[in-house]
Design a protein around this ligand. Structure first.
Ligand code: HPA
Ligand code: ZN
Length: 327
């Protein structure tokens, strides 16, 4: 199996319908349906990012206790390890849980316990705390201040949720605070927003990777910069099709990104909602985009180049990819 790092994965987006129903019953939280098949069927036709986010945030009301957060992350890391993931850099959205009345102790306690178990079982995993861009820059700074006492639980900050109308520069001060704390910095950009969102994430926020980045392809100068500076893009093909950024999987720009020499990586984003995990994304790009084993090995090598890991792990996993490529 292809060894990979998964670098664009929202832990809240791994909440499968079965677990959603279990947690709703456990915590006495109402759902529109208690039939996992019916709930999953509702995910088949999101009109855009916001239509998805409305369902995603509503479902998170079922997460109440440390045990809930543990069970959510534990289920993901088990599936990821079985799919060949060696390293997972996992986004979480604490502002959503705070708004639901769940304190950060509970969020980090539960997620942290699951990741400690994952590490004991040989999967390398860390958290990246995301700012919800539609809550604005001041709220991002406030979240970071509240999260710093839990600094041991996360390695970086990210920026997610509704993109258009919430340009990266609004978050300059929050990212400056994060940099001063020695945290890694990434941001969603170019998912629905244009290339200017990608450029601004680089210039105003100093990000080390771009999450998605699809619309950067509309700007040749920006493409040259991403290529020359080897800025990784964490690309999520099934997500892009599910949220209508790309009309059909056959039209996904991932092959073009590789042709252009971009450091593209393959990721699942919100696997419970978009048709499956990293393995489903690998299958989709193989069968519908015609990517070869060699292309897949390049994506995997890119993922370890882009990961926030030490050089010993990087060399070890790149050697595994080279062995896989050699067959
Ligand atoms: N895009 C932006 N924000 C998100 C996503 C996404 O796909 N998933 C969870 N938050
Ligand atoms: Zn995402």
């Amino acid at each position: 199996m292809l060894p990979l790092a998964e670098l664009h994965l929202h832990v809240e987006g791994t909440l499968e319908a079965d677990l959603l129903v279990t947690l709703a019953r456990r915590n006495d939280v109402p759902l529109p349906s208690y039939d996992p098949a019916e709930l999953t069927a509702r995910y088949a036709n999101f009109g855009d990012l916001q239509a998805f986010l409305d369902v995603y945030y509503a479902n998170l009301a079922v997460l109440r206790t440390e045990q809930d957060f543990h069970d959510l992350a534990a289920a993901y890391v088990t599936r990821a390890a079985a799919a060949g993931v060696r390293r997972a850099e996992i986004f979480c959205d604490p502002q959503t849980h705070l708004a639901n009345g769940v304190p950060l102790e509970v969020v980090f306690g539960g997620l942290g316990a699951a990741l400690a178990e994952a590490r004991a079982n040989g999967l390398s995993a860390d958290l990246i705390v995301c700012f919800l861009r539609d809550l604005g820059g001041d709220a991002a700074e406030e979240l970071l201040r509240q999260a710093l006492p839990f600094r041991e639980h996360f390695i970086g900050v990210g920026l997610d949720s509704a993109e258009v109308g919430w340009p990266p520069a609004l978050f300059r001060r929050a990212y400056e605070m994060a940099a001063a704390e020695g945290l890694h910095r990434v941001a969603h950009a170019g998912e629905e927003g244009g290339p200017e969102y990608v450029r601004e994430a680089l210039d105003a926020l100093g990000v080390e990777r771009i999450d998605h980045g699809n619309r950067a392809l509309e700007d040749a100068d920006l493409v040259a910069r991403l290529r020359d500076e080897r800025v990784p893009l964490t690309v999520c093909p099934l997500s892009n099709v599910a949220l209508k950024g790309v009309a059909r999987i056959e039209e996904h720009p991932l092959p073009r990104m590789l042709e252009l020499g971009l450091v593209a990586t393959l990721n699942s984003d919100d696997p419970a909602y978009f048709g499956g995990g990293i393995d489903a994304n690998v299958a989709a790009v193989r069968t519908s985009l015609g990517l070869t084993d060699d292309d897949l090995a390049t994506l995997a090598a890119n993922s370890f180049e882009a990961a926030f890991i030490g050089e010993t792990d990087r060399a070890r996993w790149l050697a595994e990819v080279a062995a896989w490529r050699a067959g």
